[in-house]
Design a protein around this ligand. Sequence first.
Ligand code: GAP
Length: 501
Amino acid sequence: MKSDELFALLRRRGVLWPTAEIYGGAQGLYDYGPLGAALKRQIEEAWTAWFVGLSHDYYRLDPAEILPEAVVRASGHLENFTDPEVSCENCHTAFRAETVLEKVRPEGVDGLSPAQIAEVVHANHLRCPSCGSTALSVPRPFNLMFGLDFGVTGKERAYLRPETAQSSYLAFPRMWDVGRHALPLGIAVIGKAYRNEIAPRQVLFRMRSFTQAELQIFFDPDHFVVPFDRVAAEALPVLRVPRREKGEETPEWVRAGDLVATGNLPEFYVYHLVHTYRFYREVLGYPADRIRLFEKSDQERAFYNRIQFDFEVRLDSLGGYKELGAVHYRGDYDLSRHGEGSGKDLSVTLTDGRSVRPHVLELTFGIDRNLWALADTHLGTEGERTVWRLPACLAPVPVGIFPLIPKAHSAYALRLADELAATGLAVRYDDAGTIGKRYARMDEAGTPFCVTVDAETLADGPSRDTVTLRERDTKAQTRVAVRDLPARLADALRLPRPPRA
Ligand code: GAP
């Protein structure tokens, strides 16, 4: 489906819509409706179960979203968190330099200085993408953070956090005291991040307020042992820098063991690449042939990273591979910068008496981009039918309950809906229209199971009651005992968890 078509469908179904829609919307801001908010919660829960579930020493926090200026100064964001901006002196539209250079440099402008960007613009006689004028400004670095006047005097500066990661670095010393005084220690945050994107576009892909799920794993750089042999034989679809430099765009399948043995990557890093890949496949259900682990070069990596592979999925709606998350090896960049900035030594003393400044492995994940990608890859039309084949564990409404004939069967169906809701399931009762129309509505909402109460249910007698259970993906209908329903649904909807290290 094209992006516009998909957005129209999601808007019509109440998944999401532009913020302040009645005022014409606000660029880069979107609100989630009932289905979208429920799906977002499911993705967040699935991410938590999988990644925080990797170890007993990984915790999820809920920190503030506003950071004092000293924090973003120390982290390097005040100086480096910029995108090159080019504006048109004729129509006064501002563009990300990447957009102006799109046709001649589809790989983007990461690593190019403003002077190099200006050179490409000049050499290719590039024009304003909006009005066609050649009067383009010299590129300038534009800081993406939203600054705030903090407090009544307005003299203190603060910033909306540009990434949730910073909150975890600030929490590290406190969590060290609260925890077992052992590494690795994981701190996860799911929450809003804010960026004043120069040109918000592609709906949920370049937003100004979005949700990240990030796990920072603090580890001893001399001793981060992982059970690598468990994953060594698994193959990953990687696109590494040398192949990229030859113009290759498709990934090649390489065994995890080979990425370490001949690919010069550390075991701990590849181990987490495998677990992240498994999350994309086994929990989110992206097809293997759409996923690419895209290695960033020295020039392209974010300023804090030593190794970076972006997790990309090929999306029809956006016409190519799009980054949905990444695995970043940030070294000791963050704790040393915050150590200097705060004047506190953020090293820790381990049980063997060594004092180390932990290194950080960051597993980052964009909730909104993945929500869109789950619609792109799993929602489609099949003849007359529109079906959202979401993995069952992510379904915003996992169960629909219908009385076959409203007057005759609704009292029973309502009672059953209440009983299932009391087990913690989100259920939707629907008695409007034909049963076919009701199935169609639930298919479009991604509901994997529908339960219909009919005359047979009432005739069966109290302890033998049965209902029809209809499965979205196969359209198969089976007769199921009501007393078996909760366990059967709970089994089918359980969130997958990784094996603990
Ligand atoms: N802490 C590392 C970090 O923030 P990033 O690549 O800037 O790295 C991580 O962002 C993830 O956050 C991305 O992979 C993407 O999924 C999501 N993300 C970043 N900017 C976004 C934006 N403007 N709109 C929506 N999602 C965004």
